[in-house]
Write a protein that binds this ligand. Sequence first.
Ligand code: NAD
Length: 339
Amino acid sequence: MPETFEPRNIIVTGGCGFIGSNFVHHVVREHPEVHVTVLDKLTYAGNPENIAGLPEDRVELVVGDICDAELLDRIVPGHDAIVHYAAESHNDNSIADPEPFVQTNVVGTFRLLEACRKHDVRYHHVSTDEVYGDLALDDPARFTEETPYKPSSPYSSSKASSDMLVRAWTRTYGIRSTISNCSNNYGPYQHIEKFIPRQITNIIDGIRPKLYGDGKNVRDWIHTEDHSSAVWTILTKGRIGETYLIGADGEKDNITVLRAILKAMGRPEDDFDWVRDRPGHDRRYAIDSTKLRTELGWQPQHTDFESGLESTIAWYREHEAWWRPAKAATEAKYAKQGQ
Ligand SMILES: NC(=O)c1ccc[n+]([C@@H]2O[C@H](COP(=O)([O-])OP(=O)(O)OC[C@H]3O[C@@H](n4cnc5c(N)ncnc54)[C@H](O)[C@@H]3O)[C@@H](O)[C@H]2O)c1
C-alpha cells in the first residue's frame, strides 16, 4: 500500500519520555527527510538525555506543557502532524495521586485537539490497551478494535477519556486523526519505576526483586522499536478516523518475565520476594493486531523476547549514570506503598 501522507515537520509530545524518545530515535534513523520538534514538560519521567546527541538540525526540544494553549498556538503552525505520546503513565502513581493524570491526559489531549482544529494539523494519538480493562486468565479472547472500553485505574480511565475526545473531535470537527492502543512496552530509556527496569536495576544493586500478588498477571510485551514502526505506519498509511491495536503476540505472566530476567542476569530463578498486590490490578491483557497487519502490512521485527530482554539488560548495565539519580527516590516511594 502506498504512503498516503508524507510528513516533513512533526511535533512529538512527550519525546523525552520512554516510548516518545524511542520514536524520535526511530524517525531520525529511518526517515531522514523529517524534522522533529519535541514538546515535553520534563516531569520526573522526562529526561532530555534521552534525545541528547541527535542532530540539532533534525531535532529541536521545546520545554513546555501540552496544557498551555498559548504555547501550542506559537509552535504548532508550520508543522504538518502531532504525534501525541506525552502523558502521566504510571498506574501506581495514578492510584496515589490521580489529579495530574486528569490534567495531562485529559485536558492536555483536549488542548492538542483544539490546536489541531485551529491549525489544521494531522493528529496521531498514542494510547494503551489498558482502556479495555482486563481479561480472565482462562479466557482465550484477545482485545480487538471492537472491544468495549472498561478501564480499571485512574490512569487507564484518563487514557480512555482522551481516546473518546479524539473520536468526538474527529467526528464533530473533522480532525484528521488516528488512534493506536498498544500493549506493554519494554526496551531502553524506560523509567526504573516500571516493572522490567525496576527488577533489572534492583538485581544490579543486589536487592531482591519484588513481585506483586501471585505473579500470574499476564502482560502482552512488545519491544518499543516495534511500537515505533507501528506508529509510523499508522501515521503515514492509516485511514483517518480509525483505531489500530498494536501488539506482537508477546503474552507472558509476570513471574515468567521475572524468572527470565533473573536467569539472564545469572541469578537463581526463585531469588525474589512476593509483595502485596496493588488495588484493581488487571489480570490479563492480550492484543489482536490483525487489522494493523492485514490492512497496513505492518509486522513486528523484535519478537524474540529473551534476546530483547538481554539487550535491554545490557543497556541498563551500560547506562547506570542515566538511571542512578532516580533509583533511591523510586524505591523510597515504593517502600511507602509497602511494595
Ligand atoms: N509504557 C507502556 O508500556 C505503554 C503502552 C501503551 C501505551 N503507552 C502510552 O505511550 C505514551 C508514552 O508512555 P511512556 O511509557 O513513554 O511514558 P513516560 O512516563 O516514560 O513519558 C511521558 C513523557 O511525557 C512528558 N509529559 C508528561 N506530562 C506532560 C505535559 N503536561 N506536557 C508535556 N509533556 C509532558 C514527560 O515529561 C515524559 O517525557 C503514553 O501516552 C502512554 O499512555 C505506554
